[in-house]
Ligand binder design. Structure first.
Ligand code: CP
Length: 366
């Protein structure tokens, strides 16, 4: 069966087809009102959510299906120590498709080892959030008319920002796109993502000043500085107000630049910006529900297909060094790694040939 763990599990042609389906769903919702009759979606949310969980549930109801699930690990047997694999294996006895969110990076990759239904990653720690990316792509397509030849600024917490990681993974595969990565030094995008950009020859620039970057963008993707991802409360307090997009900064932006944000917002976009016609973040919310409808239909139609081949993994006899990796807690989960190539970033090595990257959380082992 097909799962969606990372946005790169979908080819560009498949993403384009999902966008076409979504446009048809938007124009003709009644046509799709019964396509999931008799089917159940399970939403397994081990971490808080408003948009992702409720949009998945609304999507399934609007397709004529049913929903079961839990919102919060404390409402499930995870609170008694049940593993992710046992939870997913159990839920496969009740539901036809699973959307799961988990605070540990790589949890959905562990889940699919025991899954008997398609699994959708609805966000795993600071790692990936592919269905937010589907919402973001529909927003760009609708508001900018294209997914190629865009200059996209990504601003805020690029280190732990899972929506940023997935969006870069998607837009990197459309021609002519370039990225301006705006963050404090401490929250720069992880090395493995920069290494992928370098290897693919995709133009990118790392910057610290939003004011300097904003005048030359097609889209600005703001993100929250995420308190829950910090190891040190002092560092969060020091960095939490790094970027605040307000009316003054919007005056520096092009007239046709759009502002995106996966939400929730704290204070990084002043509420006065909401009435600017360039503010698109609540449109993203609506597009998210439509794209999730298209995705549920696609995965449910492909339950008989063999999984796509993945890269070759190896064991090293060691554990992953990321304390937030699912392999640090999940029983019976073999630590797996893939080798990386040498890549330079600003004159520093970001990939070393003899080192390995965790197959679950993508952290380089140093
Ligand atoms: N964008 C997003 O993932 O929002 P929630 O955390 O509310 O689901």
């Amino acid at each position: 069966m097909r799962h969606l763990l990372s946005i790169t599990d979908l080819s560009v042609d498949e993403i384009d087809a999902l966008l076409e389906t979504a446009s048809d769903i938007e124009a003709n919702p009644d046509k799709y009102a019964h396509v999931m009759e008799g089917k159940k979606l399970a939403t397994l949310f081990f971490e808080p959510s408003t948009r992702t969980r409720l949009s998945f549930e609304a999507a399934m109801y609007e397709l004529g299906g049913h929903v079961i699930g839990f919102a919060g690990a404390s409402n499930s047997s995870a609170a008694k120590g049940e593993s992710v694999k046992d939870t997913v294996r159990t839920v496969g006895c009740y539901a036809d498709i699973i959307a799961m969110r988990h605070p540990l990076e790589g949890a959905p990759w562990a889940a699919v080892q025991a899954a008997t239904t398609p699994v959708i990653n609805a966000g795993d720690g600071g790692h990936h959030h592919p269905t937010q990316t589907l919402a973001d792509l529909m927003t760009l397509k609708k508001e900018k008319g294209r997914l190629d030849h865009l200059k996209v600024g990504l601003c805020g917490d690029l280190r732990f920002g899972r929506t940023v990681h997935s969006l870069i993974g998607a837009l990197s595969r459309y021609p002519g796109n370039e990225f301006v990565l705006i963050s404090p030094r401490e929250l720069r995008v992880p090395g493995h993502i920069v290494a992928d950009l370098i290897e693919a020859g995709i133009p990118y620039k790392e910057a610290e000043s939003l004011e300097d970057a904003i005048g030359d963008l097609d889209a600005l993707y703001m993100t929250r500085i995420q308190q829950e991802r910090f190891f040190s409360p002092e560092e969060y307090l020091r960095l939490k107000d790094s970027y605040i997009l307000d009316e003054e900064k919007m005056r520096l932006a092009p007239a046709d630049m759009i502002v995106m944000h996966p939400l929730p917002r704290v204070n990084e976009i002043d509420v006065k910006v909401d009435s600017d016609p360039r503010a698109c973040y609540f449109k993203q919310v609506m597009y998210g529900k439509i794209m999730r409808k298209a995705l549920i239909m696609k995965l449910m139609a492909e339950t008989e297909l063999p999984p796509k081949p993945s890269r070759v993994f190896i064991t090293t006899g060691k554990q992953c060094k990321n304390p937030r990796c699912i392999s640090s807690t999940e029983q019976g989960l073999e630590p797996l790694f893939y080798p990386v190539h040498q890549v330079m970033r600003h004159g520093e090595l970001v990939r070393i040939p003899t080192k390995y990257v965790c197959a679950y959380c993508d952290m380089e082992q140093v």
